[in-house]
Design a protein. Structure first.
Length: 359
């Protein structure tokens, strides 16, 4: 999750979002890098090497035929990395003993998506000459990491939040026999358009027109575009939470200023690619290819995936063995950022896991 949410989230919840120290008695936790040679991008370009960083929790288990039975792939959002799932609420609500993805039972895979974190990205050196990857490229790289890098030939579950939710739909279509269950959270399986593409263009255009961007070949980070980044806070939080976090004009101004200041830590080219990379996202025509049990979870107060568009009601009948829920706005919801509060959506995860075929 973006560091510039720290001020807002601190005011909204007492739960710490720092990763807990893993105790020796806990299931193994490891990190590493997988290098893919001659990776072909959907824009027609090829890089001689692409690196995927990842963290794993737990240990893979195999049946008598060598099939992995307990692997879970978790996919993060646009502005995050796999570390988003290592935040204290996620560990407590999902991975702790007795929780639905208890790390003593499951082998949990947390990749940094292409273009982010420890994975290959424009700021590594190529800048704006880095291939213009799309979500399909990100998923293709994840697949190679899972199957070739980690030797996992089957997934019990693919779960993603926001961008990760969008990529969960793609996983289900491209690799329909790879997993038992799918849970896309805070996403809709339709192309980028309308308000969702509109607000992204505010950030993209601000970077491209920043006088210090120089077509991506800047010697120091451009400084003007960051003033548009608060649109991300505005679109991902519901009004009630923002009102609670900034109850006076002075507090709201301070929140805006701190959001702008914190955005300066990010590389402009990386951010540009983050928000443009959904250019190839359009799972709707192939939804019928999905075979795994699917449970889509959305939030009624999510402005990014507006419930009033009635997208889910229209598309879900075309998905085999699928359900969806739109969780209503309550005092426990945070707009799009409800995705960072697994205590809200965990019951639906439990429901999905209980419905999967026996291992």
């Amino acid at each position: 999750m973006l560091r510039f949410f720290a001020t807002l989230l601190t005011l909204l919840t007492a739960a710490s979002v720092s990763a807990q120290t893993v105790q020796p008695s806990q299931p193994p936790e490891a990190s590493g890098d997988f290098v893919i040679n001659s990776f072909h991008f959907s824009d027609g370009t090829t890089l001689p090497q692409v690196k995927l960083h990842y963290v794993t929790l737990g240990t893979p288990r195999r049946d008598s035929h060598g099939r992995v039975t307990n692997a879970v792939l978790l996919l993060h959002g646009t502005t995050g990395t796999g570390k988003a799932f290592l935040a204290a609420p996620m560990r407590r609500e999902l991975f702790a003993p007795g929780q639905p993805l208890d790390a003593s039972r499951y082998y949990i895979i947390l990749p940094d998506g292409l273009g982010r974190g420890g994975s290959s990205k424009p700021s590594d050196g190529l800048r704006a000459r880095f291939p213009h990857y799309g979500y399909n490229d990100v998923v293709a790289a994840q697949y190679q990491l899972v199957t070739q890098g980690l030797g996992v030939n089957h997934l019990r579950l693919v779960l993603g939040t926001s961008m990760g939710g969008m990529q969960t739909w793609i996983w289900g279509e491209r690799y329909p026999d790879m997993m038992d269950g799918l849970m896309p959270i805070a996403s809709q399986p339709i192309p980028m358009a309308g308000r969702n593409w509109f607000w992204r263009q505010m950030i993209v255009s601000a970077i491209r027109t920043d006088p210090d961007w120089h077509n991506g070949d800047y010697s120091q980070q451009p400084g003007q575009w960051v003033r548009t980044m608060p649109i991300f806070t505005l679109i991902t939080q519901n009004p009630a939470r923002m009102q609670l976090a900034a109850q006076t004009r002075e507090a709201a101004t301070q929140l805006y200023d701190s959001t702008v200041a914190d955005a300066r830590q990010f590389d402009a080219n990386d951010v540009l690619y983050w928000f443009e990379s959904s250019w190839d996202y359009n799972p709707e025509p192939e939804l019928g290819r999905i075979k795994a049990k699917l449970y889509a979870v959305n939030f009624a107060d999510d402005l990014i995936n507006a419930a009033d568009l009635k997208v889910m009601q229209r598309v879900m009948p075309t998905v085999h063995d699928a359900r969806y829920v739109e969780i209503p706005e309550t005092d426990r919801s945070y707009g799009h950022q409800t995705l960072a509060h697994p205590e809200v959506w965990k019951p639906y995860l439990i429901d999905l896991l209980n419905s999967l075929p026996a291992q």
